[in-house]
Ligand binder design. Sequence first.
Ligand code: PRE
Length: 378
Amino acid sequence: MASAPSIRPAFSSTSAADFISVDRVRLYPYSGAVKVSPFRRLTSYSIACAAVNAINGGVVPKVDDRARINGFESAGLRVAFQGAPGAYSEFAAKTALPGCETLPCRAFADAISSVERGLADRAILPVESTMDGAGLRNYEFLLRHDLRVVQEISLFVNYCLLAMPGVSPAELRRVISHPLALAHCSRALAQLGLHLREPVEDTAGAVEMLRSNRLLDTAAIASPRAALLYGLDVLADGLQDDSWNVTRFLLLASPTSLAAAMRPKAAASLKTSTVVAHRGGSMSVLLKVLSAFSRRSINLTKLEVLNSASKEDKSPVFILDVRRKGMLRAFPHVLYVDFEGSPENPKAKEAIDEISQTAEFVRILGCYAADTNIYDLH
Ligand SMILES: O=C(O)C(=O)C[C@]1(C(=O)O)C=C[C@@H](O)C=C1
């Protein structure tokens, strides 16, 4: 059986000089000062880094690559995200659009409405995590609003246990964080004897709460960057139960913005996100969708089936029909389909026309540069 991760001060927040600015992406220097037990270091840190490196062809992408991939002029753009400064979403935004300004929002709905009201240029939403299996989150915001997906970014999420400076692990009685972060670290927290767990809105919000209330018996799960930002100690890192923990985020823009109108550079490989809604016969619709793309040799990068019967509250899926004066329509069955290429490609157009004859409704959610990189913040 694996040994429990040991917990002891790893590095204090005063070692800020070891890091470069929060606008940069890099691994933090890995010194001989062991942050966690060798076991955990090996499983979480080394394996995850090796996997990141393998996937990225041996290179952890740097933010400078971003402009090349997407061709966006990002300085001066404002990106709305849900959470407090220092949340993973904020770092994802800064990695996707180097030099951008960020706008912290209380709820996802506020981030969306900031873009709709012209207070922000983009909203960023986490939509899936390798630790949650196939499930998609936050798609309701995509479907109910008239915004376009203009960019994707995948971030390696390294969870750390943070506490007020000088607090020893033995003094900790409870841990607070985003519910997913608590769930993703459940086994490690049990091994550390931290059974009292309280969810808060986001990881950085937990850190902020800890700091402003000077909670000496409480730890927060968040990123090492949040520790730096709020001046907390990192007691352990690589806390996630699966060493491979990647969250995919989508960036949304108003349909009238330049980003929505602009096609990524011709050299970039494109990806299109769509939603197909229908009233029944899931299997036959699914087969027709698959056949429409496969006969035209168009690759799918994602296919998710969502039925209201399988939802906890059995509610239908609401989709804004942008062509019908913004009418919200309810559907019991929905397929999310991401395919390679642009919807303007004649073959893709044919496939979508064919699917539209079977389905009740098809909406293109956006076409953007496919970014298969996994960015590592450490
Ligand atoms: O709480 C944060 O820091 C977030 O950015 C949100 C979020 C998420 O909702 O997926 C992002 C990544 C982590 O897996 C945990 C939480």
